[in-house]
Write a protein that binds this ligand. Sequence first.
Ligand code: ADP
Ligand code: ASP
Ligand code: MG
Length: 261
Amino acid sequence: MKKVVKFGGSSLANAKQFKKVADIIKADKSRRYVVPSAPGKRNDKDEKVTDMLYACYDAVAEGRSYKKILDKIKERYNEIIDGLDLNLNLDHEFDKIEENFLAKAGRDYAASRGEYLNGIVMANYLGYEFIDAAEVIFFDDNGNFEADITDKELSERLSHVERAVVPGFYGSRPDGSIKTFSRGGSDITGSLVAKAINADLYENWTDVSGFFACDPRIVSSPRCIDELSYQELRELSYMGANVLHEDSIFPVRQAGIPIHI
Ligand code: ADP
Ligand code: ASP
Ligand code: MG
């Protein structure tokens, strides 16, 4: 039995959440491939790391001061690393990121570092192998997703790895530059990994316990929908039931892999 588990931003917002996530993963040995998002909001007033990265990059690109926001991003990760008692230091990674920001590596590169760094932290915490999504998820020169090449490379790579963390949300173009999916795109990475390893199940863990009949931010305590077809899910996601990215349904649907939310 092989399961792919994707965890969203609020599920990985701080060390306490990481511990919960690790308990969930360790509770079932078939949860072998993990796709994390970047750290999300710790509370209503908090900022998502992805948004902080965009803001930081924009400041660099426009020649404004960016050190404060970069420090705030570093603090988010260091708080998680310290809270988990990890023997891990991201200083070198942050130096490289700053250098690449100054060299105008692009907004997609900037945003992708949220998942990249969270993947490194998660792999270290779980003792799983880290696989950079840039090496296994591909776009063409125009930024169109390359489904076939990705599936081939991803299955080949993962066939040799018992347990791995693959950060969500991004991949690379032929010139090596980073391209992201649209916002919420870690769901797509989870689905691609599930298809590539021919998973028995794609588990999408988030801050709600299932797919509801209405958006719980609008209607309180809506009924949970026990089962949906891929087509119904795709239509509802497309119409704004944004618990799952609409483009994450196609890869698992093709392979007939069920999604649990
Ligand atoms: P993640 O960060 O885990 O990817 P998202 O914020 O993208 O999580 O998606 C989960 C959110 O989707 C929930 O917190 C909920 O507010 C919202 N949502 C919208 N429509 C629905 C629905 N029909 N059922 C469940 N959640 C929904
Ligand atoms: N971190 C990205 C976002 O905020 C991708 C994701 O969370 O799925 O959109
Ligand atoms: Mg999401």
